[in-house]
Design a protein around this ligand. Structure first.
Ligand code: ADP
Length: 207
């Protein structure tokens, strides 16, 4: 955890409780946290999931690895320290979205278990559900997909600290959902996630 620097600051509660907000907006927030190798399919599945949720009357918003690095995290690279700070900020932002009752959908490699655990702990402390989705795909397959040509560059030594090649990926031990994206279609992956959310009462049918 990054240390708090500012002193003389006070947390201000609003006039609307978490429960009242959820009732008024007819939705409870949560974070769906995708993790997996580059090109495993996190963004592809997250995009389809966000679309499905929105089309079914849910407020959902996607925070995507590359997109966030254009703005909020533009001052961060890929060193272990920067990756940790990247994930810390994303976790805080996702928590804010979820606290506002949105379904925050994050797609970041998030290779370190300790960083994902910190993201989970942050949500746990706030009483906000956190659903970790491991998008699992063998290295041979993601290297073959290589939609952005990054693996090729990493193998050629043109990209340093590339997850799966020259930087570690620590697979989740007990994710809420484990999706084998080399075996399951995008559509079926979304279906599996929706079924899980319904079965755990994390979302309720809006029809
Ligand atoms: P990530 O966000 O994990 O880096 P992307 O979603 O950007 O991955 O890229 C995954 C690539 O794999 C895309 O080109 C996508 O079309 C392809 N793909 C093929 N099959 C699947 C699948 N079942 N699920 C997700 N992506 C798939």
């Amino acid at each position: 955890m990054t240390q708090q620097i500012a002193s003389n600051i006070t947390w201000h509660e609003g006039n609307v409780t978490k429960e009242e907000r959820a009732t008024l907006l007819n939705q409870k927030g949560l974070t769906i946290w995708f993790t997996g190798l580059s090109a495993s399919g996190k963004s592809t599945i997250a995009i389809a999931l966000e679309q499905h949720l929105l089309h079914n009357g849910f407020s959902a918003y996607r925070l995507d690895g590359d997109n966030i690095r254009f703005g909020l995290n533009k001052n961060l690279g890929f060193s272990p320290e920067d990756r940790t700070e990247n994930i810390r900020r994303i976790a805080e932002v996702a928590k804010l979205f979820a606290d506002s009752t949105a379904i925050a959908v994050t797609s970041f490699i998030s290779p370190y278990k300790s960083d994902r655990d910190s993201a989970r702990a942050l949500h746990d402390q706030a009483g906000i559900p956190f659903v970790e989705v491991y998008v699992d795909c063998p290295l041979e397959v993601v290297e073959q997909r290589d939609p952005k040509g990054l693996y090729k560059k990493a193998r050629a030594g043109e990209i340093k600290e590339f997850t799966g090649i020259s930087a570690p990926y620590e697979a989740p031990e007990a994710p809420e959902l484990h999706i084998r994206s080399d075996l399951l279609s995008v559509e079926d992956s979304v279906k599996q996630i929706i079924e899980y959310l319904l079965s755990k009462d994390l979302i309720a049918s809006k029809q």
